[in-house]
Each structure stands twice: as C-alpha cells, then as structure tokens.
Design a protein around this ligand. Structure first.
Ligand SMILES: Nc1ncnc2c1ncn2[C@@H]1O[C@H](COP(=O)(O)OP(=O)(O)OP(=O)(O)O)[C@@H](O)[C@H]1O
Length: 593
C-alpha cells in the first residue's frame, strides 16, 4: 500500500468531512478497497481520485491532495468545496484530468497553468471564479476540453488561446466576458460563448454614410427622440440579458452542455445533456466505482446488443475499468417511481444476482451501470461460436449455471416483501460469477417500462403463455422462463429457432412432443453425450424443467422449491466421476472448476 498517499487522504477526509460516508479505513488496503481511489499497476501510488457528489465541505486542505504527486485524474466535482483556487494542486505535474465543477470556489485563477503540461481536460464551471481568463492556459498543448462556464470571469477572451491546437470542446458561456469575439472561437458551437460580445460595441449604430443629409428643425427633434428611446430600449435589453445570466448561474443550470464527443458513448447520436446540476449518477452504498457521468459519457464504447428494454454498451473508462451501461428506452415511470425501483434493485447484494452499481435519470436519458462480464452471457457460451474452435459447455458448468440462477431468482423473489418479479429471465441475462455459478441480471424493469407486447420478440420464447403484456409478468411467469433456460442448457437449442428447412421451432413445444413420443434421449445436446454417468441427472433436470413450463401458472413449483430440487441433483453428482468418455486429456473439455 502507498502509505504516504494513504496518510494524505485520511488527513484530507478528516478536514473535508463528506456527508456521504466513505469506506476509507487505516486498516484496509487502499488500492483494493477504498472508494474512489485507483492505484497504478504495482500498487505503489494513487493515480486517480474520484470523489464526485459526496458532500465534501470547505477548502481543500493544504498539503493533502497535493502530496499525491502521481495523480493523473482528480474529480472533486459536485461538492461544497469553497475558498480560492487550490494552488497546491500545481505540484501535481502528471495531472491529465481535473474536474472541480459544481462547487463554491471563488476568486481569481492566479495559477500559471503552464505547469500542467499533460492536462487533457479542465472543468472549473459552476463556481464563483472571477478575474480574467488566464493567458497561461494557452500553454496547455494537450488540452482537449476546457469548461469555465457559469463563473464571474471578466475582461476579454485572450487571443493567445487560439494556440490550443488540441482543443475539441470549450465552454466560456455565462461569465462577464466581453467582446470582441476572437475569430478562432467561432469554430465552436455558439453555446460555447453565449453572453460574450453582447456589450455596447455591438449596439453602436453604423457610421453614417457621408452623402446622407443631416436632419433639421422638427425632424431633428424627432431624430433625437428616436435616439433616446432606442438607447433606453437597448439598456433595458442589456439589463434583461445580464439578469438572465446572473439567474442562470445562480440556479447552476448547465445549458447546452454537450457531453458527447467523437469516439464517446454511442455510435448513435448520443447528444446527452445534463439539464440540472443535481442530475447525476447515483451510486449504491459500497460501490467502489466513483467515476462521474462525464467520465462515463466520454468513455469509449461499443454496443453489446439491443434488447427489449434498450441498448447495452461496454464502456471503457480512462483508467481501463470496463462497465456495462444499459440505456433504457420507453421508461413510463416518473423520476420518483424509477428511483424507488432502482433502490430496490440496487439493494440486492447476492452472489447470484448481478449487482446494479449506479443509475441515472433525466428527462432524456435513463441509464443503469453494471460490472462488465468479459466471458459473455450463458446465451453466448451456449449458442455462440459453433465453429471449429468452439469450447463446449460441460455438464458441471451447466449444472452450476442452473443452481446459481435458481438461487439468484429465489433471492429476487424475496425482495420487496416477497413481491419483486424479475420479468426478463433468459440466457442472455445470465452470466457466470467468479465461482462459475449462474448470476442473473436485468431484473425488475417491467415495473418501470411501458407495456410491451411485440408480436415476435426474442423474449417470446421465454414468455409464459399468460403474459400478454410484459407488465403482467409474475413470479410464476419467472418460473416458466427459468424452465425454458433449463431446457436450453439441456438441449443446447435456442427457445425459438429455425431448422435447416426454415421451419420455426418453439423449444417448449418441441421438447413436449419428443418426450411424448418417448424419444427422451433425443432431446439432449449432443455435446453432453461425451460425459459418462450423467444420464440420470439429465433426465431429472428435464423433469424439473418440464414442471416449470406447464401452462397453468399455479401448477408450477416455487423458486425456493426449485433451488432445493436443482441443488439436490447437483450435490449428488459432485461425488461422481464425470470425465469425458473419450480421452480424459482432451483439451476441448473445459473442466476448469
Ligand atoms: N453486464 C454485462 N456484461 C457483459 N455483457 C452484458 C452485460 N449486460 C448485458 N450484456 C450483453 O449485452 C447484450 C444486450 O443486453 P440487453 O440486456 O440490452 O439485451 P438482451 O439481454 O439481449 O435483451 P433484454 O433487454 O430483453 O434483456 C446481450 O448480449 C447481453 O448478454
């Protein structure tokens, strides 16, 4: 552990007294446990500190954070920090990202910004900084994003800033800056310099052409009157504009704050905007992530897939952390109901339930953040890569997936006074936890979404017959869907698939018909035939699966019973030898556990 860095942070914490408690403790390993802290690879130094919106108070204490000399990312945004610009940070020579926005800092920006040669992103918006825009900012040759909006900066925009060759994004709006507007600023959207150049020089009447006759007599009086009334009108307009700017700053509304950049969150147009400063990512207790919404939206992202409830992305943050971000569409619930449901989902901490780490709600955007599972879902393990280099999913892993998923769903059914419904159980929503047991994700969303009843959707094969609209999902319809997942594990077939002759096969109906004809052995995945001594277990599991997919909901078993049943099959097999019948050394047999 970097003990010097640890001491500096503990001193910082004691003085700034955050309102949200942090799990920082002298006795716990800082690099592994501490919220908001990221260390370098050999865990000798802290390289990132992200403490957004945790209620930090007062001035940044001198000689605390400034001792973290290896720091590359510092985010203290959206707190209640005050006092002058923290000059001590000047010693952090490796700083690449500095986020101090949405605080109460004041006074001039006296720093010689040249010291931060590696700075890529600087956000000081929504504070009370005054004085002029420092010319030394022009020394930041790597700077890509500069946000000084919503402060009280005055004077002109230094022309020297035109030398910021890497700059992709700038926001100087809502300050007391005046024109003339430098031409280089005009390559950015007008929202970047809103309010600049609205000074009197713009309202001066154009010089009169020399040929024009001067008004005389009565017309001269009329002319004077017109000049006076126009001047009064202009003054009123000016007063109105300034009042508006002042109010806007007070309300800390970040207007037109475009978060999306090229290479950011979405290949679609992800022109998300934060409408209100208090619209932020809400993290759950104990979550070790502490990036903020901006970091997330800046992260490079790829689409993992489009599902029933939205699109899921893999986002890689600048410290190489990968997260899965689900961007919901068609949310019907209002903010309060949505938040309530998220609190229920995020409150579930169980090894077989994928933990919701954070969420975000605004009018235009609803996001859910999870850990990213690099080995993919059970759907991809079962049905993906059917080619030559396919790694078969062995029987032991299939059993562990079934046991884990059953336990996870049973846990979900206990939540909210025993009323919570998963509502979307399918193999693409089940992952493998660190022990390679099933772990279920994507729960509890039917309650916040609008009614969904697409005639043919990927969900259809899992949906119980009584569910005509996703909002009618129940715990017993979850049991049906779990039964379909069991059938998928046993047969290796998707719930709805087409044969070579383009015939659409519904897995449940197909299994019924095969079993009815007493061809039971035919239903099992050929990949499983290589394992000895598992026939009995497979048949037992098939019976369990069939009991889940009966038409009448009240005849289906409860999840708690299913845990017992599936586990008893699993436990029995634990003592048996299950090596492949052919060569035990066959490399394609993945029995790593
Ligand atoms: N945390 C995660 N880690 C890795 N992959 C994920 C994660 N969450 C979802 N995925 C994958 O992303 C893809 C899209 O997921 P998403 O949940 O949006 O849709 P779906 O599972 O196909 O359908 P539905 O919306 O009905 O659940 C799926 O292939 C899913 O397995």
């Amino acid at each position: 552990d970097p003990s010097q860095d640890k001491r500096a942070l503990l001193e910082f914490l004691t003085i700034t007294r955050p309102t949200r408690s942090l799990n920082w403790n002298e006795t716990t390993p800082l690099c592994k446990n501490w919220t908001g802290v990221t260390c370098n690879r050999n865990e000798s130094r802290i390289i990132a500190l992200r403490l957004p919106a945790i209620g930090l108070n007062g001035q940044i204490p001198p000689n605390t954070i400034s001792r973290l000399s290896a720091l590359r990312v510092l985010s203290l945004r959206s707190n209640r920090l005050s006092g002058p610009f923290p000059m001590g940070l000047a010693g952090l020579k490796d700083l690449g990202f500095l986020y101090l926005e949405d605080n109460d800092f004041s006074g001039p920006l006296l720093l010689d910004f040249f010291v931060w040669k590696k700075l890529v992103s600087l956000n000081l918006s929504n504070n009370r900084f005054n004085g002029t825009v420092p010319v030394s900012l022009s020394g930041l040759k790597r700077l890509q994003s500069l946000n000084l909006a919503n402060n009280s900066l005055s004077g002109v925009v230094p022309d020297e800033l035109s030398g910021l060759s890497s700059l992709k994004e700038i926001d100087l709006s809502n300050n007391n800056l005046h024109g003339p507007l430098p031409s280089w600023l005009r390559r950015f959207p007008t929202s970047s310099y809103q309010g600049i150049g609205d000074d009197v020089t713009h309202f001066q009447p154009p010089p009169e052409p020399p040929t024009r006759k001067k008004p005389k007599g009565v017309t001269k009086t009329v002319f004077l009157l017109i000049v006076i009334s126009v001047s009064i009108l202009l003054l009123a307009v000016l007063a109105f504009v300034f009042a508006l700017c002042y109010l806007r700053r007070k309300l800390t509304i970040v207007k037109d704050h475009k978060l999306q950049k090229k290479g950011g969150m979405s290949p679609e147009k992800f022109d998300s905007r934060m409408e209100e400063a208090n619209n932020r990512l809400s993290f759950f207790e104990g979550c070790s992530y502490s990036f903020d919404l901006e970091d997330l939206l800046r992260a490079s992202a790829e689409i993992l897939g489009k599902g029933t409830f939205g699109t899921t992305y893999k986002a890689v943050l600048e410290d190489a952390t990968s997260v899965a971000v689900k961007r919901l569409k068609d949310v019907a619930a209002g903010k309060r109901d949505f938040e309530q449901q998220m609190e229920i989902i995020g409150g579930i901490k169980h090894e077989n339930v994928v933990e919701l780490k954070a969420y975000y709600y605004s009018k235009d955007e609803k996001l859910m953040v999870y850990d990213y599972f690099s080995s993919g879902s059970v759907a991809s393990l079962l049905h993906g890569n059917r080619g030559e280099n396919r790694v078969p999913l062995d029987w032991e892993t299939r059993m562990k997936i079934a046991i884990g998923a059953a336990k996870g769903i049973a846990r979900i059914h206990k939540e909210n006074n025993g009323k919570l419904v998963h509502g979307n159980i399918k193999s693409s929503n089940i992952f493998l936890n660190s022990e390679r047991y099933g772990c279920v994700s994507d729960l509890g969303l039917t309650a916040v979404m609008s009614a969904l009843a697409p005639p043919i959707s990927r969900q259809a094969g899992y949906r119980a017959p009584e569910v005509t609209d996703t909002r009618k999902s129940s715990q017993l319809s979850d049991v049906y869907s779990f039964g379909v997942v069991l059938l998928e594990l046993l047969t290796g077939k998707s719930p709805i698939h087409t044969t070579a002759g383009d015939e659409i096969i519904h897995l449940v109906r197909w299994v019924h018909s095969v079993v009815r004809e007493e061809w039971t052995a035919e239903v099992f995945d050929v990949e499983l035939l290589r394992y000895t001594n598992i026939e009995e277990e497979m048949v037992e599991m098939l019976q369990i699966a069939m009991s889940c997919v009966v038409k009448a909901p009240d005849q289906r078993p409860k999840m708690s019973d299913l845990v017992r049943l599936v586990e008893s099959v699993g436990n029995r097999r634990a003592s048996l030898e299950t090596k492949p019948e052919k060569e035990a050394s066959e490399t394609s047999t993945p029995s790593e556990t």
